[in-house]
Design a protein around this ligand. Structure first.
Ligand SMILES: *[C@@H]1O[C@H](CO)[C@@H](O)[C@H](O)[C@H]1NC(C)=O
Ligand SMILES: *[C@@H]1O[C@H](CO)[C@@H](O)[C@H](O)[C@H]1NC(C)=O
Ligand SMILES: *[C@@H]1O[C@H](CO)[C@@H](O)[C@H](O)[C@H]1NC(C)=O
Ligand SMILES: *[C@@H]1O[C@H](CO)[C@@H](O)[C@H](O)[C@H]1NC(C)=O
Ligand SMILES: *[C@@H]1O[C@H](CO)[C@@H](O)[C@H](O)[C@H]1NC(C)=O
Length: 603
């Protein structure tokens, strides 16, 4: 079909002006949007296989994105990026609690006046939200001020957000009500269906988000005054609690025993490399934790089915988009890690994302690379709203798998993280400080990399084509300080040619095959990361254009041309930190500038 246009980064306004004239969908009415957003749900430990109703009603009836990413693998920063369309380094909401994150930081950054529900209301929508919005939205601060932009809202409030059996909600900003003893996800369901009834009774199109806590662990928050000291003793966390009717399920199910599950040999940067191999008791407890997650997801699966039924019954399914995703991923035992998130490994960042609705192909998957910063632009575009000129994300190509890897925003995801990495589970509850990092995923034809620079100075580079479980760091760990600025670093002597990366150059109409080594790739990725770590707007969606303003390089493969070796290897600074901080302190984050390439190829 026509109307497949939707890559719409801001630079792309020019490039795609023609495409922009094609309407997204033929009907006149603005579509409704329903969005189910879970908490900490993995893609890589197979959680979707245990949600048959989600498969039946959404995956089989819609499009699943295999390469959708969060840009911070932590609830609050990820959600703020999702609702604002901005990278965390531009929201500066980088943690779950003040001073660097949480609801108070969302407010103090002015974002309560500049996020999606307000823009959807401007576009003529009724907007509804049920469940967890942000961390540190509490029984004390929920109305100081209230979260703006919702026609109807029922927010879960701290310190009860993660208590499956003692939820507290504020309805439309009113005095919080405790539901002690009732099941949180079922309350979310009931409240969502009530708002759906309100929405269906009104003429306006609607946007309804359902954000249950599942499958996040159950947390009893002891104190919500946590000023970055977040102590191991303030919170008591335990496995998520399923509904009574689901407690008996999945008795024999275990965390998938992939190659990187509790491996014999440690790997990863130093703090991960020091993790002990988990003993039998530990593994058994973590399997139990895993089963609790799957059981807790069953009540969410039921919500999906009930919503679809109600939309069908109301006769609006053909004019409603139904999205399903989560805020960040999760790991249990991979790389020997205790249950948790926040790393840049695939388990934590590559997350479920699917959609059904008008014009969306049924039962298909796509390789398109996308991220949570693309969601606000995508929702707003579907709603016919005016795209803002400060979005760091781009509209996703929902209407056609044939748009895979569109050249306008093609292959990269920038992942960032600040402060402490937490671990959960019976053997977790450990806090790892000083784990600020910048990471980059680049996925294109013939290549697939994760590159990470830690504030400690450590570097990681994984080639996921040959090492899909990210167990072999291509940057030698043992070299003094792992400092890739040092020209004697062994990486520069590497002869390894990654498969798929033999570059065709052509001079005088002759094709020549030029093998490229790891250090050629590393220097390009580092420069790309340098652009992304402070990018705004089009530099985030089209980072290669910052390095190559002439527009003749749009992906890693093109940047690997030997003519650019000196430019990348000698002329650029390297990404590094001067200091480990708990938040986004620009002065500690090292160089920020890149040099643009101003000559022509061969010049
Ligand atoms: C449940 O929450 C209420 C406040 O909303 C609190 O007073 C009560 O102590 C809590 N109960 C448990 C068992 O934690
Ligand atoms: C957090 O730690 C800092 C530095 O150790 C200390 O000054 C401050 O009082 C602590 N805050 C709390 C709430 O414990
Ligand atoms: C297994 O590991 C846990 C967590 O490290 C530890 O507390 C426990 O004592 C260990 N059990 C055995 C039998 O070694
Ligand atoms: C964390 O990093 C800071 C600054 O880089 C340093 O002063 C501190 O000792 C580090 N803390 C730990 C526990 O490594
Ligand atoms: C981000 O917020 C923190 C805490 O308020 C502040 O110290 C820091 O300077 C801010 N960073 C930037 C780049 O504005």
């Amino acid at each position: 079909m026509i109307g497949l246009t939707l890559f719409f980064g801001l630079l792309a306004i020019v490039h795609y002006a023609v495409a922009e004239q094609v309407p997204l969908r033929p009907t006149q009415k603005q579509p409704n949007i329903v969005f189910v957003l879970t908490d900490d749900q993995d893609l890589h430990m197979d959680s979707l296989s245990y949600m048959p109703l989600l498969k039946k009603h959404i995956a089989d009836e819609g499009l699943s994105f295999k390469r959708h990413y969060c840009t911070v693998a932590l609830c609050c920063p990820s959600r703020v990026s999702l609702w604002t369309g901005k990278a965390a380094h531009n929201t500066n909401v980088t943690d779950v609690n003040p001073p660097y994150g949480g609801y108070p930081k969302f407010i103090s950054q002015g974002l309560n006046d500049a996020y999606l529900p307000l823009w959807l209301q401007d576009a003529g929508y009724n907007t509804y939200y049920v469940g967890k919005l942000f961390n540190a939205q509490t029984v004390d601060n929920y109305n100081k001020p209230a979260a703006a932009g919702w026609t109807g809202s029922e927010f879960l409030l701290d310190p009860y957000t993660y208590e499956y059996l003692n939820a507290t909600f504020t309805r439309n900003g009113e005095t919080p009500i405790s539901y002690e003893g009732q099941y949180s996800t079922d309350l979310v369901a009931e409240k969502s269906f009530a708002f759906l009834d309100d929405a269906l009774a009104d003429q306006k199109p609607f946007f309804l988000t359902i954000a249950p806590t599942a499958p996040h662990s159950n947390v009893h928050i002891g104190s919500n005054i946590i000023d970055g000291n977040f102590s191991e003793n303030t919170n008591v966390q335990s496995p998520p609690i399923p509904a009574e009717r689901h407690k008996h399920l999945f008795k024999d199910v275990k965390v998938p025993r992939t190659k990187h599950f509790n491996p014999d040999e440690p790997h990863g940067v130093s703090w991960i490399g020091r993790l002990p191999r988990q003993n039998h008791t530990n593994v058994k407890d973590n399997d139990q934790f895993y089963r609790s997650r799957l059981r807790a997801l069953q009540a969410v699966d039921e919500i999906v089915e009930e919503l679809v039924c109600r939309l069908d019954k109301a006769g609006v399914s053909e004019e409603t988009y139904f999205f399903f995703s989560t805020d960040n991923g999760y790991h249990i035992g991979q790389h020997r890690l205790q249950p948790g998130k926040q790393c840049a490994f695939e388990e934590d960042i590559n997350i479920p994302f699917m959609v059904r609705g008008p014009g969306i192909p049924k039962g298909q998957t796509t390789d398109t690379v996308s991220s949570h910063t693309d969601l606000a632009p995508t929702f707003l575009k579907l709603a016919g709203g005016k795209l803002r000129d400060d979005f760091d994300g781009a509209v996703m190509p929902l209407a056609g798998v044939q748009l895979e890897r569109d050249a306008s925003k093609n292959e990269h995801v920038n992942v960032e993280s600040w402060g402490i990495i937490m671990s959960e589970g019976k053997h977790g509850a450990v806090l790892y400080p000083n784990h600020t990092y910048k990471a980059l995923r680049v996925i294109g034809d013939g290549y697939n990399y994760l590159y990470t620079v830690w504030c400690s100075g450590e570097h990681e580079l994984y080639d996921l084509l040959t090492d899909p479980y990210e167990t072999h760091n291509l940057i030698p760990q043992k070299h003094p300080s792992n400092n890739i600025e040092n020209p004697s670093h062994p990486i520069y002597q590497s002869e390894v040619v990654p498969p798929g990366l033999i570059i065709q150059t052509h001079t005088d109409n002759l094709f020549e095959q030029v093998p490229r080594s790891i250090h050629h790739i590393l220097t390009r990725l580092d420069a790309l990361l340098m652009v992304l770590k402070t990018c705004k707007v089009s530099a985030c969606t089209h980072p290669w254009e910052v390095l190559h303003p002439k527009g003749d390089v749009t992906n890693l493969k093109e940047a690997l041309h030997p003519d650019f070796d000196d430019f990348y290897e000698v002329q650029q600074q390297r990404v590094k930190f001067d200091k480990c901080e708990k938040g986004y302190i620009l002065e500690s984050e090292g160089p920020v500038d890149v040099r643009p390439y101003l000559e022509g190829i061969g010049g």
